[in-house]
Design a binder for this molecule. Structure first.
Ligand SMILES: [Zn+2]
Length: 694
């Protein structure tokens, strides 16, 4: 049951304290589902603008994201601001009844600023100070950048914050990147001093006795880049330093976001503030970021060969950041420009992708971009209005159809919630640590390993929440923590409490190895998880791509494994499967251990998809995990729930026609209002939203 307290109602959006059980969540609800995207009229002569409005109305576009890259226009010099053109754009959209997502324009520096204050530009990993150019080019610790970006956000909020059509603030754009300049180096020392208090604690945390790197003064600390601790590839001589740098860099950029957000709040207390994230992007600790955002928004750009399951995982992660519905801030209507092969979306694909996004928790569908630019590197990036300038295009027709559907169905869907009994842990500290570490196998990539587990549940239509390591685990019957390499303070205790109370935990190879500073938990792997798993691992073998091992289940079934093999000793656990070859043939590869009322399964190697499926099936049976619907189907079936009804999103991403599951026969299709027939066939990219009143 969801209860809303003290909601600040505006014409078009509100932020509210929402209670779910005894849990407080801040949430955002828009009056209608936003359907629009990035719009850059400042790049066009005014006679085009009115034509745009006509086309937007035809396509059912009800919102526009503006002012994303206009800094040089609205502040042509240090002393001068000129909002006259932006005033006209805001007035036009307001007259047309469009909801406005207003960006702050601070993601690309104006040329005059770099010329006058070269320190605002970034210094890269190789130590090169950049000149004016590109975007995402500001040093996050530049006082000059901080001053001008905050000032601009404040002026925008003062000018437009009371406009009821402004329904969301969009700070900066796709934050990311690193800076290794002197300002950042000084700020890093301050950040470290706050964290470690004493030089001794720092020396110990980074294990600086190694290679005689002991320091005696804070000023001896340098940033870990190619000129200092950087090794070949993305590796580093001191992962502890590099992980702290990533934390510091994420915090530095987050401080930029907070500075703009707080500047906006001086003049506009209510309108939600967001910035567009990028799924499993490595550079920023999004769980930490989400705490500072009113609503999560993100940009979804799968490649032509990205599995739909992988996109689903990114959506679930973005929903998991606040455990709340999110905004889809950007997707392309058809083509991208920055990938190696920028295929067109096939007919129906954009619609299916949009509904998948909604199914996994989105409350808006927005595009990049509404009109395709004439020049610059994004001129080949798709748009609602293509270079032909016409409504007579396949893309425009598909967008219009979706716009019409969302106008009718959006109200029912918005604000509904996804529920899951399976949680998969995702953690940026682990992401950085696992990929910085030198050895044992260079091919081990964090997101790939998480995805291997996620994919099993996706293929079975089992709902999953992507959760942080400090999540409330009591909500879940099964928690998977693959490659939980870094076990930070309190995490092992929380997992023990969870399993003791009856939970099922699946973890395994490259877990429990280091602490928050990347120093090994001594006494045998998996360190603090050893008691929980009832095993210890003595060595970790690394297999090259052309090598594999075999695993043999208790019933004689065999499977493949590769990449890494823990050599395991049982100390309370029993084995589910053993290695089939090499000098450790016959030793445990997969184990389970009863702990309190629950169980821990330890997967000591990287199993083939089939073998991993077998293990996860056993654990799902044990935890009584069931799919969204009982009937087996190759369709994607996802559920969102409201107080009144269950909404099932049924999408065909396969190359063949598939029948609608029987359970949906006779139910209402929210998209057409018509009654569904048992066994009706769904072609590739067909979608049904099945409405089941409670
Ligand atoms: Zn810097």
């Amino acid at each position: 049951m969801v209860t809303i307290y003290g909601a600040v109602h505006l014409c078009t959006a509100f932020r509210a304290m929402i209670m779910e059980g005894d849990r407080v969540i801040m949430s955002v609800k828009f009056k209608e589902m936003l359907y629009g995207g990035d719009y850059n009229p400042e790049q066009w002569p005014r006679e085009i603008w009115q034509k745009d409005m006509e086309l937007f109305n035809k396509a059912g576009i009800n919102s526009a994201t503006i002012n994303v890259f206009s800094w040089a226009k609205i502040q042509p010099s240090e002393e001068m601001y000129d909002f006259s053109e932006l005033d006209d754009i805001v007035d036009m959209l307001t007259r047309e009844g469009k909801q406005i997502v207003l960006a702050t324009s601070t993601a690309a520096l104006p040329a005059w600023m770099v010329k006058r204050y070269p320190e605002v530009a970034r210094t890269d990993y190789e130590g090169r100070r950049h000149k004016f150019g590109q975007r995402h080019n500001a040093c996050p610790n530049s006082p000059v950048y901080r001053h001008f970006s905050r000032e601009l956000a404040a002026r925008l909020a003062e000018r437009y914050g009371s406009n009821e059509n402004v329904v969301c603030w969009h700070v900066n754009n796709e934050y990311g990147g690193e800076c290794y300049c002197e300002n950042c180096e000084k700020a890093f020392r301050v950040w470290l001093r706050k964290k470690y208090k004493t030089i001794e604690a720092l020396n110990q945390a980074w294990n600086l006795a190694f290679w005689g790197h002991t320091i005696y003064d804070w000023d001896e600390i340098v940033l870990p880049n190619a000129l200092s601790e950087g090794l070949e590839g993305d590796k580093t001589a001191f992962a502890g330093i590099s992980i702290d740098y990533m934390r510091f860099n994420s915090d530095s950029i987050l401080n930029n976001f907070k500075a703009e957000r707080d500047a906006i709040r001086q003049y506009d207390k209510d309108t939600p503030v967001t910035t567009n994230l990028m799924g499993t992007f490595k550079g920023l600790d999004y769980f930490k970021w989400a705490k500072e955002m009113d609503i999560v928004s993100w940009d979804n750009y799968p490649s032509y060969d990205t599995p739909w399951s992988r996109t689903a995982m990114s959506h679930d992660l973005m929903r998991g950041l606040k455990d709340a519905p999110f905004m889809l801030m950007e997707q392309t209507p058809s083509q991208q420009n920055w990938q190696p092969y920028n295929s067109l979306k096939r007919p129906g694909q954009m619609r299916a992708q949009s509904y998948q996004t909604i199914a996994h928790g989105a409350d808006t569908i927005q595009f990049f971009q509404l009109r395709r630019s004439v020049g610059g590197c994004e001129k080949f990036h798709g748009a609602v209005i293509e270079h032909a300038g016409s409504e007579n295009t396949r893309v425009f027709r598909e967008i219009s159809q979706l716009g019409e559907e969302l106008r009718k169905a959006g109200g029912t869907i918005s604000g509904s919630r996804n529920k899951a009994r399976v949680g998969i842990m995702f953690d940026w500290d682990n992401y950085w640590a696992l990929e910085y570490t030198s050895g044992p196998n260079k091919d081990l990539m964090y997101v790939d390993q998480i995805f291997r587990f996620y994919e099993y549940f996706y293929n079975k239509n089992i709902a999953v929440d992507m959760i942080p390591v400090d999540a409330d685990l009591g909500k879940y019957d099964l928690v998977a923590a693959p490659v939980l390499y870094m076990v930070k303070e309190g995490v092992a205790e929380a997992l023990e409490e969870y399993v003791a109370a009856g939970g099922t935990l699946v973890t395994g190879v490259m877990s429990g190895i280091v602490d928050q500073s990347d120093n090994v938990h001594l006494g045998g792997y998996p360190g603090p998880l050893r008691k929980l798993a009832g095993i210890w691992a003595e060595e970790i073998d690394a297999l090259a791509p052309e090598q594999s091992n075999e695993i043999v289940f208790k019933d004689g079934l065999r499977g493949q494994c590769n990449m890494l093999c823990d050599i395991i000793h049982l100390e309370g656990a029993k084995d589910i499967a053993q290695y089939g070859s090499d000098f450790y043939a016959g030793t445990p590869a997969v184990t389970e251990n009863n702990f309190g009322k629950g169980c821990t399964c330890y997967v000591g190697t990287v199993l083939s998809e089939e073998a991993l499926g077998r293990v996860l099936e056993l654990m799902c049976d044990r935890a009584k995990i069931t799919p969204v619907i009982e009937e087996e189907t190759r369709l994607e079936v996802t559920k969102r729930v409201t107080d009144k009804e269950d909404l099932y999103f049924v999408i065909n991403f396969k190359d063949e026609e598939l029948p609608l599951p029987k359970v949906f026969g006779g139910k209402k299709n929210l998209l057409t209002g018509s009654v569904l027939t048992e066994g009706e066939m769904l072609k590739k990219y067909d979608v049904r939203i099945v409405c089941c009143p409670k």
